[in-house]
Design a protein around this ligand. Structure first.
Ligand code: TMP
Length: 215
């Protein structure tokens, strides 16, 4: 069976990392070769850009610069890691991908979706996630979890509630627009419940891929 590109999305503090670990394990148990990666990042260049994007404090980063850096990191990630891995039949599990750009740079920063689309077409060529898991939680719930975790908030975690509301709204709007690809899980439920729903989502997707492979 061919591999696939899976992305996991959600607000900071929605439990993304834990669920990604579970997905990787789920896939490996079924014999899939899984490559876990993240955005921005996933390559040496991308991780340097991540450092700037999340932690640069000396000078404000212009919104358009932030958008271009996200796509710069993604271009490198696609060419160096994602496209070769998919070509080798691997399952690529990506902690955030294109939907984060629409949510954060589009919703949060207010950049027009049409402008993001132009860069998306140019950068991605045809590569899109086959399945996206969106962990959705009210802004207060996600923010409280981030606070609990402690540490210094990064450039995105430190944003005001209206930025975070806009991020959530765009994620939800994209899930409504791409219902086949984006599966929404209510992340404020207890972990066991989220995991049970995630299990169903994965099993359904796995079966679809198997059927497609057989035909
Ligand atoms: P995370 O790896 O802890 O989720 O942090 C990555 C941050 O980068 C997160 O706050 C969302 C943000 N981000 C964007 O703003 N745009 C993007 O395109 C991506 C991939 C991430």
């Amino acid at each position: 069976m061919n591999g696939a590109l899976l992305s996991v999305e959600g607000a900071d503090g929605c439990g993304k990392s834990t669920h990604i670990g579970f997905i990787a394990q789920w896939l490996r148990k079924r014999g899939a070769a899984v490559l876990c990666t993240r955005e921005p990042g996933g390559t040496a260049v991308g991780e340097s850009l991540r450092q700037i994007l999340l932690h640069a404090a000396a000078t404000p980063i212009a919104d358009r610069c932030e958008l271009l850096l996200m796509f710069a990191a993604r271009a490198q990630h696609l060419d160096e890691v994602i496209v070769p891995a998919l070509a080798a039949g691997k399952w690529v599990l990506c902690d955030r991908f294109i939907d984060a750009t629409y949510a954060y740079q589009g919703g949060g920063r207010g950049i027009a979706a049409q402008d993001i689309e132009i860069l998306e077409q140019w950068t991605h060529r045809a590569v899109q996630p086959d399945l996206t898991v969106l962990l959705d939680a009210p802004v207060e719930v996600a923010a409280a979890r981030t606070r609990q975790r402690g540490g210094k908030p990064d450039r995105f975690e430190g944003q005001q509630a209206d930025f975070k509301q806009a991020v959530r709204r765009v994620y939800q709007a994209r899930a409504a627009r791409f219902p086949q690809r984006i599966r929404v899980l209510d992340a404020k439920q207890p972990m066991a419940q989220v995991r049970a729903e995630l299990n169903t989502v994965l099993a359904t997707f796995w079966q679809q891929r198997q059927r497609a492979h057989e035909h």
